[in-house]
Design a protein around this ligand. Structure first.
Ligand SMILES: Cc1cc2nc3c(=O)[nH]c(=O)nc-3n(C[C@H](O)[C@H](O)[C@H](O)COP(=O)(O)O)c2cc1C
Length: 375
């Protein structure tokens, strides 16, 4: 069956996309060390996945040295990193692609071994991720999460400023826009959700107060880029990294209602059924669909991600549930994913063992369809 909806054009902000197969943001932990700048291997990886009029959302990139929770992740706060990203962007643009950068602060999903000076990671409140969930230290040892240090009220503006500077750095690197990472249990979501935000200042308590940090970060990015080049990613009903709001509907209705009038480039959901798929193969049953629930509250472009096939993506767009679909795991193993979906070619399965860290293997060595044909 021809996937005509998935392969119809779409306008996102000032950009005219030729199809709606978006590359989801994917942490791969293969930046140069110790600069944590993108290197030529990363340029090759993104160039392999670029298509004319196709949108790539580049992997989550820490906005400051204090924003990390894993090794080998590319940052967006130093000159070397800006230069490294510029090479990635130039290669994607050379193939006619559009590329946004996802801006990241992990908050409590970190360990003191990643922090400058070995201090505790910061979070809205001193609430640790439960000990059943393990993490790794900077030198690769398995450990439990520490109790983070709660940010002082006077420090929050500095974190917003780090996002603003990172947005400006992304612009200097030539990106087409930025995506605010408000999903998957990281700092922004820690502010949004009641069990990780016990604050009594203007950033905690009411839903409006818990949403304030996200709104300030979004406004900071808008100040740099204009709203139509800024996207926001959310994961309502998600459980990744110890997240989970007891009653997500009031919180996310408020957040989406507050973002809607801003005129953003897009809103991007991680579908709950795939929540946590970065760590393990999950396919949660009997969970709500974010796009079905929240689409009526959003008047702009909606991207959804999580467990889509070409057919289900096409149907979601045809039925008006989303405007574009982001693909994660199968974009890792199929560098020519848009073409394979369009032509109905078989997909190469992904190897989870090579998702995070390493070199060429499982990164730039997945074949395109034509190479398989010749083999
Ligand atoms: C290896 C890997 C890395 C990921 N890194 C990120 C990331 O940096 N930022 C983010 O928002 N989501 C990240 N995710 C989630 C994906 O963007 C996507 O939402 C998820 O994989 C579900 O889509 P899929 O079923 O098409 O894989 C990651 C997922 C995987 C598998």
């Amino acid at each position: 069956m021809k996937l005509t909806s998935l392969f119809s054009p779409l306008t996102i902000g000032p950009y005219q996309l030729q199809h709606r197969v978006v590359m989801a943001p994917l942490t791969r932990m293969r930046a140069e060390k110790p600069s944590l700048a993108p290197r030529p291997l990363n340029v090759e990886y993104y160039a392999q996945r670029a298509t004319p009029g196709g949108l790539i959302i580049a992997e989550a990139s820490p906005v400051a040295a204090t924003a990390f929770g894993s090794p080998g992740v590319p940052g967006i706060y130093s000159e070397a990193q800006i230069k490294g990203w510029r090479a990635v962007v130039d290669a994607v643009h050379a193939k006619g692609g559009v590329i946004f950068l996802q801006l990241w602060h992990v908050g409590r999903v970190s360990h003191s071994s990643f922090q400058p000076g070995g201090v505790l990671p910061v979070a809205p409140s001193a609430v640790p991720i439960p000990p059943e969930m393990k993490t790794g230290t900077a030198d690769g040892k398995s450990t439990t999460y520490e109790t983070p240090r709660a940010l002082e009220t006077s420090e929050v503006a500095g974190v917003v400023e780090a996002f603003r500077q990172a947005a400006a750095n992304a612009k200097a690197a030539g990106f087409d826009g930025v995506e605010i990472h408000g999903a998957n249990g990281y700092l922004i979501e820690q502010f949004l959700q009641s069990h990780t935000n016990l604050r009594t200042d203007q950033y905690g308590g009411s839903i409006e107060n818990r949403a304030r940090f996200l709104m300030e970060v979004t406004q900071a990015a808008i100040g740099v880029w204009g709203a139509n080049r800024v996207g926001v990613r959310l994961s309502p009903y998600g459980i990744a990294n110890g997240s989970g709001e007891p009653d997500p509907m009031p919180l996310y209705s408020h957040v989406i209602g507050a973002l809607d009038p801003l005129g953003l480039a897009y809103l991007h959901f991680v579908e709950p059924r795939s929540s946590g798929s970065g760590r393990a193969e999950v396919n949660w049953q009997n969970v709500p669909s974010a796009m079905l629930l929240f689409r009526p509250m959003w008047s702009g472009v909606l991207i959804s991600a999580g467990g889509f096939t070409g057919e289900t993506a096409d149907a979601a767009i045809r039925d008006g549930h989303a405007d574009a679909i982001a693909f994660g795991r199968i974009f890792i193993s199929n560098p020519d994913l848009p073409r394979r979906l369009r032509e109905g070619f078989p997909l190469t399965p992904y190897n989870r063992a090579t998702f995070y860290g390493g070199d060429v293997a499982g990164y730039t060595d997945y074949p395109v369809h034509d190479e398989l044909e010749k083999a």
